[in-house]
Design a binder for this molecule. Structure first.
Ligand code: GRG
Length: 297
């Protein structure tokens, strides 16, 4: 099994499903929201979070197609967070997924509304999903994603990040780890745990192992992102780079140095792979953690 091919094939299945969304006629010709939603959602992004959700659902015995509405939903939530994060009042970035950020094309108010539309769209998709999965499992997975992306998860992380910036707080490595567990990690953990819950898994040992895999992967992912912000280019990344250094922002790269980051990413990747032992290992999920540790975009 080649994990890169499996990732490409799962990401392509997600892409095809996303491409069917937001195609219905708008309520009046003056509303052009679908164009804005499709601009941000179709044809970009690694689709890491939906692929994790699908893979953990499969690990729990659920068919990938049956879990697809939930995979799309998590990508809608992730994309809304990127649109809002790029706004001038947040990270103020003009480039996302290799093209102009949503607010540069549709205006600031348009981008706020597009984010809102994607977030609501995610819950509409999950709560009206007709896939052959017990309603109880769907509810458990939707609740997991709501909590992960909500006020005690991703949004809390964004609040801390913005507060740090406003008050010129210099976080320590421990502070940064806590921030990352929320801002980047919570939704990655949500993807893995929701995937298992969608498959009806309730065994605390398995749910705990999925959370441990996700926590290690999520932190490694953010550290790698901080490294790439220094080492890579806007062209390769499809988003602005060097922003953090320019703004004197404390990141894992500035705290640990590039070699320190590399060592930490390797340690966390081993931790993620070890967490899979409860499931008797999983070649794809182990390979995915290793690919993310070496990613160049
Ligand atoms: C606005 C509530 C709210 C939250 C924003 C996700 C986020 C929180 C901010 C985005 C900025 C950032 C650096 C987040 C860290 C996580 C990260 C590296 C996100 C980008 O994820 P990728 O690389 O993006 O998976 P693609 O485009 O591949 O989906």
């Amino acid at each position: 099994m080649n994990p890169a091919w499996t990732l490409a094939s799962k990401a392509a299945a997600v892409e095809a499903a996303l491409n069917t969304l937001f195609c219905e006629p708008e309520p009046t010709p003056r509303v052009r929201l679908n164009e804005s939603l499709r601009y941000s959602i179709v044809g970009g992004g690694k689709r890491l979070r939906p692929v994790l959700l699908l893979s953990f659902a499969e690990l729990g015995g659920c068919d990938m197609d049956a879990a697809m509405d939930f995979a799309c939903a998590i990508e809608l939530i992730h994309t809304y967070s990127l649109i809002h994060d790029d706004l001038p009042c947040m990270d103020n970035s003009d480039l996302r997924r290799g093209r102009a950020a949503n607010h540069c094309v549709f205006g600031e108010a348009g981008a706020v509304l597009a984010g809102d539309g994607l977030l609501n769209g995610a819950f509409e998709l999950m709560l009206s999903s007709t896939s052959p999965i017990a309603a109880e499992y769907k509810l458990a997975a939707a609740a997991e994603l709501a909590a992960a992306s909500g006020r005690l998860g991703m949004i809390a992380g964004q609040v801390i990040d913005i507060e740090n910036e406003c008050h010129r707080v210099s976080p320590t490595a421990a502070d940064l780890t806590q921030l990352c567990r929320l801002k980047t990690g919570a939704i990655i953990r949500g993807a893995c745990v929701a995937g298992l819950k969608l498959a009806g898994v309730t065994d605390p040992e398995k749910l705990g192992a999925a959370a441990r895999y996700a926590d290690a992967l999520g932190l490694a992912f953010q550290i790698r992102d901080d490294m790439l912000d220094v080492l890579s280019s806007a062209e390769a990344m499809g988003k602005s780079v060097g922003h953090d250094a320019e703004n004197g922002k404390v990141t894992f790269a500035s705290l640990l140095g590039i070699d320190g980051c590399r060592a930490e990413v390797d340690r966390l990747t081993d931790e993620a792979v070890a967490a899979l032992e409860v499931f008797g290992g999983d070649e794809f999920l182990a390979g995915l953690a290793e690919m993310m540790a070496r990613r160049d975009h």
